[in-house]
Each structure stands twice: as structure tokens, then as C-alpha cells.
Design a protein around this ligand. Structure first.
Ligand code: ATP
Ligand code: MG
Length: 399
């Protein structure tokens, strides 16, 4: 079933622009997804009106990137990106177009778009303007550049990453000439910032056809031009289907680092310029798999990781060792649920109380003592009850 609700809601925006004498259409990913019967989340509108003209028409607008032609129009609690038809000229350093030229014709605007499936426009009457046979490519699930593929990838090499990301998300294939050009132009990805490449990878990881996308990347030897994965082309022996069983981007990046046999994880993480939070998560998962593989976990390891990380580690371990993910996870979840203490917060005695009991200045001894208590509780040698712990701490202190 096609999901037209979001377009219907936005019709008044298009019609209002038209009433002021300009053209306006639905464009981009929303139109593509509509014909793919995929859920549509946000619609983009392209118009012949200039940004200041759009702002003059609507009362509630936010100039988002007016130099690129985009104004946000707020209407009935929704936000719409309304972008002036534009033509992009000569890219500097392959990064940004030297100048964006606003134009009054839809055709030119559609021509600058990356792939035929993304170059459809649709009127408020749901009539499609399809200048590059995008609908046929959608039907046959083909990713094909608008115009000469070598030129288009040279202009903006990020499109190479967008193409593989779309393989993963849409389960499409690369049209032959598009694929050949990607192979020829892949070195130009070196001009694209790591952040933009990793953003595309994040989307790729979670697509339903991630292994198809990775297989294409391997065939095209794209790994050798990615930051921090240069060694992968040769060493990788791999089956990519494990990535289909990852549920989060952190799991996928960990699996990627593991399979790629990175020599130094923190260098890998820094090369990809991840956020501190992501670096921390991936490091925990990565170290976790290593520990799990050496010897299975102790209850203290389970406690220390916490349920979420524990089950993530077990998932990755199962993927890497070809075991059934669900079975391994169920087993570990049962073991975790049976722990007599699952989180430090459950300790009935606080650090402040510990200081009062032993009458000693705070210091590293607190952590050490807590660690021993927890270990004792996990081993079922100590009960997590205030008086027992108080006595235990006193004895520990005099020891
Ligand atoms: P998604 O559904 O993931 O948002 P999308 O196709 O909508 O995918 P956006 O990045 O939101 O992708 O871009 C909106 C539209 O802008 C695209 O459909 C395409 O027409 C055009 N576009 C985006 N990036 C590029 C690019 N690098 N080169 C050419 N056209 C682009
Ligand atoms: Mg989009």
C-alpha cells in the first residue's frame, strides 16, 4: 500500500506557493519511497520561488540554509524543507559546489540529483515528472546515476557511498555503467570527510541488505579507500551475513573492526572520528568479545558489563563463531537474571556509610572494598543486607 498521508498533509504548502505564481513539487527520497511502498517520514518540496519569496509567502518559516536555497516552513505542527530549484556548478575540492545557482526551471534541478530514483518530482495531484526513467529503475531495483556516471561521481564522490548505502537500505543493485564508474572513481573518496563517510556507513549497517552492500563494496575494492580500513581488501576472508544480525551501529562497527583485524582499536576509532560515547561503547564490546572468547565469563564479568553490553557481546561472539544468536543470548540472559546482584546501585551500603563504619578518609580503598563485597555477594558468600555488610566491612578493615 502506498502511504500518501504525509503528502496529503503537505498539499496546502504546494498550493499556497502556486497561488503566489510559482511552481512547487514533491521531490527526492520521499517520492522514491512512495513508489517503493516504503513508509515516508518527511517530504521535501522544490520550488521556483527564491528563499526570500518563500519566506514572504508563509508566516512561520526558519531560514535553514538560504545560501543553498532551503527554508523550513512550519505548518500544522509539521516542518517542511522547501528548497529553491538550483543548479550546482564546479565543485571545489570535491566537497561543496563552488556556487549554487538558483534557477526557475524544474528540469535543471532534477538533473543535478544523484540517482534516477531520487530525481522524480510529483505534483500536488500526484502526477509524476520522470525525466530520467526513474520509475522504471525503481521497478527493476536499479541504482543508476542521472547522466554520465564518471562525471557525477567525480563531481561529488560521496555519491559512491550513497550508492552502496542505498543497496543496503533498498536492496537495489548497481546498474552496470554506474558500477564501472564507481570502480574508476573510488579513489576520489579520499577528498570526502570521514564524518560524511561514516554517516553513510551508519545507514548502511542497519539496512536489510547490508551483506549485499558489503559484497558490492568488496567487489569494488572500496574498503581500501575508506579511512582506517585500508588493509581490509586482502585480509578479509569474510562472510558478511553476520552484519544482518547486528541491531545497533555500535555492534556493526565492533564487528567490522574485529573482522578487519585492526591492529590498534583506538587508532581505528580515532581515524573514524567517532564521538567519545561511541568510542567507549565499541571499546567495551570489542574487549568483551576478546574476553568471552578466551574463557567464558565469570559472574563478575557479567555483573561488570551489565545486561545490555553483556547480551551485545554474546550476540557478536555468536555471530563470529557461527553459533545460534538467539540460543546464546537466551542462555546468558538467564545467567544474568539469576545474579544475586545486578547493579552497584543495589548494594545496600553506600560509600558514605562505609566511611562512617571504618572512620577512614575516602580513598581507593572504597572501590576495593566494594569490589570484594560484590564478588562475595556474587559467590553467595555474603548477603546483601546492611548488618551483614557492616560486620564484614569492620572485619575487612581490621584485616
Ligand atoms: P533518505 O531517505 O535517506 O533521506 P534521500 O534520497 O532523501 O534519502 P537526502 O540526503 O535526504 O537523501 O537527499 C534528498 C535528495 O537530494 C535526494 O533524493 C537527491 O535527489 C538529492 N541529493 C542528496 N544528496 C545528493 C548528492 N550528494 N548529489 C546529488 N543529489 C543529492
Ligand atoms: Mg531525505
Amino acid at each position: 500500500m502506498k502511504d500518501s498521508s504525509i503528502f496529503l498533509k503537505a498539499i496546502p504548502i504546494i498550493e499556497t506557493i502556486q497561488q503566489h505564481g510559482y511552481e512547487a513539487y514533491f521531490v527526492g527520497g520521499a517520492v522514491r519511497d512512495y513508489f517503493l511502498h516504503r513508509p515516508v517520514h518527511d517530504v521535501d518540496i522544490a520550488t521556483s520561488a527564491l528563499p526570500n519569496e518563500v519566506m514572504a509567502i508563509f508566516s512561520d518559516t526558519i531560514p535553514l540554509a538560504t545560501e543553498h536555497g532551503t527554508v523550513i516552513v512550519r505548518y500544522k505542527k509539521e516542518q517542511y524543507e522547501v528548497t529553491t530549484f538550483r543548479k550546482e556548478e564546479a565543485y571545489i575540492d570535491f566537497r561543496h559546489p563552488e556556487k549554487v545557482q538558483f534557477i526557475r526551471r524544474l528540469e535543471e534541478d532534477l538533473k543535478r540529483r544523484d540517482f534516477t530514483m531520487n530525481a522524480l518530482a510529483m505534483t500536488s495531484q500526484f502526477e509524476v515528472i520522470d525525466l530520467f526513467l526513474g520509475k522504471t529503475d525503481i521497478k527493476t531495483k536499479l541504482i543508476r546515476t542521472v547522466g554520465n556516471p564518471d562525471d557525477r561521481f567525480q563531481e561529488d564522490p560521496l555519491r559512491i557511498m550513497r550508492a552502496v548505502r542505498f543497496i543496503s537500505q533498498l536492496c537495489f543493485q548497481l546498474e552496470k555503467k554506474t558500477k564501472q564508474a564507481m570502480r574508476r572513481q573510488k579513489e576520489k573518496l579520499a577528498y570526502i570527510s570521514v564524518e560524511r563517510i561514516s554517516q553513510e556507513m551508519d545507514r548502511l549497517w542497519l539496512g536489510p541488505c547490508v551483506s549485499q552492500a558489503l559484497t558490492a563494496m568488496k567487489e569494488l575494492q572500496l574498503f581500501s579507500v575508506l579511512p582506517g580500513a585500508k588493509w581490509m581488501t586482502d585480509t578479509i576472508i569474510l562472510r558478511f551475513d553476520g552484519f544482518e544480525q547486528c541491531e545497533t551501529v555500535e555492534q556493526a562497527w565492533t564487528l567490522f573492526a574485529y573482522i578487519a583485524q585492526v591492529s590498534n582499536l583506538s587508532t581505528f576509532l580515532r581515524t573514524w572520528k567517532f564521538s567519545r560515547e561511541r568510542m567507549k561503547k565499541v571499546t567495551i564490546l570489542y574487549e568483551g568479545i576478546k574476553a568471552y572468547q578466551d574463557a567464558s565469563f565469570s559472574d563478575y564479568d557479567r555483573f561488570r558489563l551489565g545486561k545490555t553490553f553483556l547480551l551485545d557481546v554474546v550476540r557478536l561472539y555468536a555471530i563470529l563463531s557461527n553459533k545460534k544468536v538467539e540460543t546464546c543470548i537466551r542462555r546468558e540472559a538467564t545467567l544474568f537474571d539469576a545474579l544475586p546482584i545486578k547493579h552497584e546501585k543495589e548494594l545496600v551500603i553506600t560509600a558514605k556509610e562505609m566511611i562512617e563504619i571504618v572512620q577512614k578518609k575516602p580513598g581507593p580503598w572504597i572501590r576495593e572494598c566494594q569490589k570484594e563485597i560484590i564478588q562475595g555477594i556474587l559467590d553467595k558468600k555474603i548477603e546483601n543486607d546492611y548488618h551483614t555488610l557492616k560486620e564484614w566491612i569492620n572485619r575487612w578493615h581490621q584485616h
